[in-house]
Write a protein that binds this ligand. Structure first.
Ligand SMILES: Cc1ncc(COP(=O)(O)O)c(C=O)c1O
Length: 390
């Protein structure tokens, strides 16, 4: 049986969410945009209710949530939508070297369109906020020519939680909109768009025990509305900002998943924190010379994240030796590539250290028994690889 510790890549859909989606799909298959018959209107009402709930969970207004296919699309819409708006006359976008590819790649394209992309370095390993940006440095780069600042709320590889509230105060001084990719944060830590002060916020249901293929973008409407240039044109759904028939069952699943997360957040994050710390402790008992990548354990770190550099072996070999264990080296979306993780390199790790690192993402369905087993499995695998190499 696989022990699944790759919850940053995706999570198992909670059975409660599956139940809610199945019930919805069974009876409410009409297009939620069809207003000519009651079946469509009823589907539309249920989707609107789920949308209201989603907005409420984030402390947003219903008309501030756009549903997308996931955080990749949300990030693309936020970045291209702001940058390519016909009234946009600013040319600089500020980001960091530790962002997800779903941010960095659209920015690379905007760079080819003539935008100036400022990629801030991040605090190195060993710093309490390793992986986060230096606000003084950020302040030097934000000016009246800045169209957007985009910085993630929580890092998908090393779990760094950034002080987005402070960053938004800084952006407001220059009247610069702030986008945050909150994919790894929503459902795991409290996310309140008013407290964060962000203008745009991306999230994705499959990161919080919801289905894949559905996510959202919060787009602030007040006190001033963010101007977004739509990227998908068609039937004019969602106020023309993102056309396409709504993924109604996905939206029902997303709202249900979020409701379950919020219900359990306090207790769940305490338990994940405990299991994560236990894993770190047990791994250290099994293997000598480990080091941890990322911010301080107690602060600024997602409760379910552990990123570990193993001595004398590479992560790929360790994974091959532990076929019953689902973890990842680097981010899931780039793990098919042989390149070392750009996030770990940005922390100051060498290519070898980066390749010797594994990311553990704990989740709701993990047990203490599994964590104990994982430490033993890795201890054995590491010892056999080291003795083979000797
Ligand atoms: C921080 C971050 N942003 C964006 C994405 C992409 O999300 P999605 O799979 O919903 O497109 C991921 C998923 O790996 C992520 O972790």
């Amino acid at each position: 049986m696989t022990i699944y510790l790759d919850n940053h890549a995706t999570t198992r859909v909670d059975p409660v969410v599956v139940g809610a989606m199945l019930a919805f799909m069974d009876s409410h298959y009409a297009n939620p945009g069809s207003t000519t018959h009651e079946a469509g209107r009823e589907a539309g009402r249920l989707v609107a209710e789920a949308s209201r709930e989603t907005a409420q969970f984030l402390n947003a207004e219903e008309d501030e949530i756009l549903f997308t296919s996931g955080a990749t699309e949300s990030n693309n819409l936020a970045l291209f939508g702001v940058a390519l708006h016909p009234k946009q006359n600013r040319r600089r976008i500020v980001t960091s070297l530790a962002e997800h590819r779903a941010t960095l790649d659209p920015l690379m394209r905007l760079e080819r369109h003539g935008f100036e992309i400022v990629r801030l370095p991040v605090f190195p390993n060993g710093h309490p906020l390793a992986g986060g940006v230096d606000l003084n440095h950020l302040a030097e780069c934000v000016n009246e020519n800045t169209a957007l600042v985009t910085l993630m709320l929580a890092n998908n590889e090393i779990g760094t939680i950034q002080p987005i509230g402070e960053i938004s105060s800084l952006c407001k001084r220059f009247d610069v909109p702030l986008h945050t990719d909150a994919s790894q944060a929503v459902g795991r830590i409290p996310v309140d768009v008013q407290e964060l002060g962000v203008d745009l916020l991306s999230f994705s249901a499959h990161k919080f025990y919801g289905p894949k293929g559905i996510g959202g973008l919060f787009v602030r409407q007040s006190p001033s509305a963010v101007r977004l240039y739509p990227q998908i044109l068609g039937g004019g759904q969602q106020g023309n900002l993102r056309s396409g028939t709504l993924n109604s069952a996905g939206i029902i699943g997303l709202a249900k998943a979020l409701a379950v997360c919020l219900d359990r957040m306090h207790q769940e994050s305490r338990e994940l924190n405990r299991l994560r710390n236990l894993l770190w402790e047990l791994l250290n008992q099994e293997i000598f010379g480990l080091s941890r990548n990322g911010p301080a354990l107690e602060t600024n770190l997602l409760p379910n994240n552990l990123n570990v550099c193993f001595p004398k072996v590479d992560g790929q070999s360790l994974m091959l030796q532990t076929p019953d264990l689902a973890v990842s080296s680097g981010s899931a979306c780039t793990s098919a590539e042989p390149h070392p993780s750009h996030v770990l390199l940005a922390l100051g790790l060498s290519e070898d250290q980066s390749r010797a690192s594994l990311r553990f993402g704990l989740g709701r369905f993990n047990t203490e028994e599994e964590i104990r087993q994982v430490a033993k499995l890795l201890g054995r695998a590491h010892a056999s690889l080291v003795s083979f190499a000797a």
